[in-house]
Design a protein around this ligand. Structure first.
Ligand code: UDP
Length: 405
């Protein structure tokens, strides 16, 4: 995939602007560091961001920290606590977090002008800033606006050592004594997850997953995570099902840094109670083409999260011009403008009501979905994201108020 391939989607001027900006930083080394190559939104973005930056002449790389299952148990707790969910985080947990970060510090090669550290898991690596040098950026993908104070105070000791922080939306950030940049995530319209598919490809993927297409399909694509509320989706579906014949699909592979998945999956299976019209696709990680096909084959896409980061799944659904019902949390309202690009919902009853509304008004659903696609085209495609990162790197190199390109 080449940058020129994006021209028919976003227009020539967007691509030319990227080339101009990148020409100001040819060869710049940018080392991305996170905690997993697969699963979840951060890996999803880096998978495409890194090759595009490379094509633009930026020396972008991607490294993953090594952690034990116990470390990922702790980081999951920290993640939940930062989202504001009560968690029992002990001093030993903080010690383990630091211990694993320090072991990674000792092993990792930190050469590069820019260290781009993603999310809390590797946040303490910044202790190496003094000897490694370069500019250090902490990119926070989660909503830390109302965190567990004790956990935030622990993390903040490291966050303040960075040269800059990046949050996904204004509402996600914290008052901090370091520069903050607000950059929304994005999706890649040409990736296997989002590219156009033929109806034959869609049919064959759906058959492969064993999902019949005889009735409208309501889908949630999400890791099996308490915050994504898959059990709530089942409860809402049960209400919808009383008046409209349809199927529910819950699909979620496992992220390697998420140990909670098995527990939530067991709860989901119990809530579904073996109903034949509820399809739980789990266990085996499904290909991006399969997720793409399922999203395209769905009549309504739901994202009933209790708390969210940005929710890439919403952008993916809107880009495919699918009608969306999603909770009014995290980055979702940036994407779903209520009654304009989709429906924002509250609680189980609200979700059921909105899903019913869309299933019984296909013209209205189509209108919302088409608006949603244009909203994503202008705001949430990877070309906009690359531009924002290039501007961020430039801004870090300059302290003057006006930068002449
Ligand atoms: N995803 C996937 N397979 C699954 C579940 C999720 O490929 O079974 C992808 C999904 O399509 C999206 C990403 O994982 O691209 C999840 O990102 P999001 O921001 O929605 O949530 P996160 O997992 O980061 O909280």
């Amino acid at each position: 995939m080449k940058l020129a391939d994006y021209e028919p989607i976003v227009g020539r001027s967007v691509i030319e602007e990227l080339r101009l900006l990148a020409s100001k930083m040819a060869g710049r080394e940018v080392q991305n560091i996170n905690s997993t190559f697969v699963g979840g939104g951060v890996a999803e973005i880096l998978n495409r961001m890194v090759p595009i930056l490379q094509e633009l002449g930026v020396d972008a790389r991607w490294t993953v920290i090594k952690g034990s299952p116990a470390f990922f148990e702790v980081t999951k707790k920290l993640h939940n606590a930062l989202h504001g969910r009560p968690e029992d985080v002990s001093d030993e947990d903080f010690d383990l977090f630091l211990d694993i970060n320090r072991r990674n510090m000792a092993e990792m090669d930190f050469h590069g002008q820019t260290m781009f550290v993603h999310d809390p898991q590797p946040c303490a690596l910044v202790e190496r800033k003094g000897d490694a040098g370069g500019k250090w950026i902490w990119r926070c993908h989660i909503d830390v606006s109302s965190p567990d104070e004790r956990v935030w105070r622990f993390l903040e000791r490291y966050v303040v050592r960075y040269d800059a922080t990046v949050f996904s939306a204004p509402a996600f950030s914290r008052p901090l004594p370091v520069r903050q940049f607000l950059i929304s995530p994005s999706i890649d319209p040409l990736s296997d997850k989002n590219k156009e598919l033929t109806s034959r490809e869609i049919d064959s993927a759906m058959a492969g997953m064993g999902i019949p297409r005889d009735k409208p399909i309501v889908t949630q694509v999400s890791r099996f995570d308490y915050m994504k509320d898959p059990v709530g989706v089942i409860r809402a579906f049960e209400q919808v099902r009383r008046s409209i014949d349809c199927r529910l699909v819950l699909i979620g592979g496992g992220a390697t840094d998420d140990p909670e998945g098995e527990k939530v999956l067991a709860q989901v299976r119990e809530a579904a109670g073996g109903r034949v019209d509820i399809h739980i696709v789990a266990g085996q990680t499904r290909s991006d083409i399969e997720i793409n096909a399922l999203q395209r084959a769905s009549a309504v896409i739901v994202q009933k999260s209790l708390r969210e980061g940005f929710a890439l799944t919403v952008a993916e659904a809107l880009w495919k011009a699918r009608p969306v019902v999603a909770s009014d949390v995290g980055g979702i309202p940036l994407q779903v403008r209520h009654r304009l690009t989709g429906l924002l919902s509250h609680g189980i009853d609200g979700t059921a009501y909105a899903v019913r509304q869309l299933l019984s008004n296909p013209d209205y659903a189509r209108w919302l979905a088409e608006n949603g696609r244009e909203h994503v085209r202008h705001n949430f495609l990877i070309t906009r994201h690359v531009r924002d990162y290039l501007l961020l790197f430039l801004a870090l190199d300059h302290t003057e108020d006006v930068i002449h390109l």
